[in-house]
Design a protein around this ligand. Structure first.
Ligand SMILES: *[C@@H]1O[C@H](CO)[C@@H](O)[C@H](O)[C@H]1NC(C)=O
Ligand SMILES: *[C@@H]1O[C@H](CO)[C@@H](O)[C@H](O)[C@H]1NC(C)=O
Ligand SMILES: *[C@@H]1O[C@H](CO)[C@@H](O)[C@H](O)[C@H]1NC(C)=O
Ligand SMILES: *[C@@H]1O[C@H](CO)[C@@H](O)[C@H](O)[C@H]1NC(C)=O
Length: 463
């Protein structure tokens, strides 16, 4: 009854769910509406109205039911109650559910049960294995079932890095660091999502992102693009006016941004936006004199369903990250939760759109080396930065990956030294469950230097 067994059981369980999703993905009936069917032999069992997650039936006809799974973004009918395990005797004429008592030594308040499996020993003892997510971690809890007392005796908690949930690094606490050269810039208190600096020192800042599951400070206001002149002694921000007859500023929800400078020195700003939770790329011409952005075009494409960031390689040409595969909010939660790693990178141009890299566990920031030979992709939940070689035909081939031990978000590249400046989230759960008493805090940027295409030197220094 060792760890191996539990691993195998858990693996089998996850594989089963994964396989169901794969089948689902192939058939892609995610948009199908299901008609109600009257099933004669079905009736509602009182006591599990709030949903059940898994069921395991013993040969004797006793069934265990796990209830009350919680995960950010997933509908939860009883958010304030911990999860429970119910027992149901299927031999009864009118089976009812009964909550199983859980014995001492187990933290019931954080019980968040997911998949389950039973194991019957030679001496007929029944063990119940439960995948648990206390505080969004992943563990397997082993209980002994006491049939007479209708209770579960807690035996053991299994945790292992192979059981993945370290992705969120949810238990890390961040220490405050005093940064003497840092000062608060007025006017961007509501948060900045991305930053792009022109060679002349003008910086564009995307501000006001509303993103499902992430705290928004001004949920009722549209997002904006701010301009900041870094040449000034005391830089301030200025909101850029947005003009253009076909542009709806009220639903503007800017995420990643990138600039492209034409041969005639015209600066174009490409912005990922999420009007009504959709994904578009808005193309603007920067008018420095007027301090405004002239909207030229909205780009939408079926290969660009869940955009996060982009890097421009032409006026209407870019690489972009899709941070999820699914569009549906419920499926997105499952995708994230199961770590399916179906997120990808797409090359877009007006006459050629294709996936150029895939298999990411939340592809996030994307950027390019100053010589434009390499593309950098931040994989948020795998804590990695990937380096790809860019070819003349726009395909990308993987060169190397850098382990960062933190959740990597947006990337900026120093145009002179080639250093990467990466926005990081040391504790991922704090992005998805914002607590004003314990905020994500100012997270140190980390500097990763690419010396040549063969060797990375990594300096982690708070800046
Ligand atoms: C379902 O959830 C509601 C809301 O939390 C709670 O009041 C109710 O007792 C729950 N029902 C059961 C059967 O657990
Ligand atoms: C999560 O954070 C801890 C520090 O609290 C660190 O030791 C650990 O390696 C991190 N885990 C992962 C998978 O990044
Ligand atoms: C990265 O994103 C964070 C917020 O998500 C933002 O505060 C920061 O300015 C960004 N940094 C860069 C280098 O884009
Ligand atoms: C693109 O270019 C690379 C490198 O020259 C080559 O290996 C690859 O086969 C090309 N792919 C396509 C689809 O043309």
């Amino acid at each position: 009854m060792g760890k191996l067994m539990a691993l195998i059981l858990l693996g089998a369980g996850l594989a089963l769910v994964g396989e169901r999703f794969l089948t689902l993905r192939e058939r892609m009936n995610a948009y199908r509406e299901v008609e109600s069917v009257e099933s004669q032999n079905c009736h509602l069992i009182e006591g599990i109205e709030n949903g059940s997650e898994d069921i395991d039936i013993l040969p004797s006809g006793l069934a265990f039911i796990s209830n009350g799974l919680k995960y950010p973004g997933m509908p939860d009918l009883a958010p304030d109650e911990p999860g429970r395990i119910f027992l149901m005797d299927l031999n009864e004429q009118n089976p009812r559910v009964q909550e199983l008592n859980i014995g001492d030594g187990f933290d019931k308040a954080s019980f968040n049960p997911h998949g389950m499996s039973t194991f019957i020993d030679k001496d007929q003892t029944v063990y119940l294995y439960v995948v648990n997510h206390p505080h969004m971690d992943s563990t397997v809890e082993i209980f002994k079932f006491e049939e007479q007392q209708r209770s579960l005796v807690y035996l053991k908690t299994i945790k292992h890095e192979l059981l993945k949930r370290a992705r969120m690094n949810a238990s890390r606490e961040v220490k405050s660091v005093e940064l003497p050269n840092c000062k608060l810039i007025k006017g961007i208190e509501t948060g900045a999502e991305d930053l792009e600096i022109l060679p002349n020192g003008l910086a564009f800042i995307s501000s006001g992102l509303r993103y499902p599951g992430v705290k928004s400070f001004e949920p009722d206001k549209p997002g904006k693009i701010l301009l900041m002149d870094l040449n000034k002694e005391d830089p301030t921000v200025l909101e850029l006016k947005m003009t253009g007859s076909n542009f709806d500023a009220s639903s503007f929800n800017p995420h990643g941004i990138s600039t492209f400078t034409d041969e005639d020195n015209t600066v174009y700003l490409l912005v990922v936006s999420h009007p009504d939770v959709k994904s578009t790329v808005e193309l603007f011409k920067f008018q420095e004199e007027e301090k405004s952005l002239l909207h030229l075009k909205t780009i939408k494409h079926e290969l660009l369903p869940n955009l996060n960031d982009l890097v421009a390689v032409g006026r209407e040409h870019f690489y972009a990250t899709n941070d999820h595969y699914f569009v549906d909010q419920y499926m997105r939660s499952w995708e994230l939760y199961l770590g399916l790693a179906w997120s990808n990178v797409v090359y877009y141009s007006p006459d050629d759109v294709r996936v150029v890299a895939s298999g990411f566990d939340f592809a996030n920031g994307i950027s390019m080396s100053p010589d434009r030979k390499y593309v950098y992709i931040a994989e948020l939940l795998a804590h990695k930065i990937h380096v790809y070689e860019k070819h003349a035909n726009w395909t990308l081939t993987p060169l190397k990956s850098l382990d960062c031990d933190t959740l990597v978000d947006n990337i900026s590249v120093d145009p002179v030294t080639g250093d990467l400046w990466v926005g990081c989230h040391p504790n991922g759960m704090k992005i998805f469950s914002y607590d004003p008493e314990n905020p994500p805090g100012s997270e140190p940027s980390e500097e990763h230097q690419l010396k040549d295409e063969r060797e990375f030197r990594v300096n982690i220094s708070p800046t």
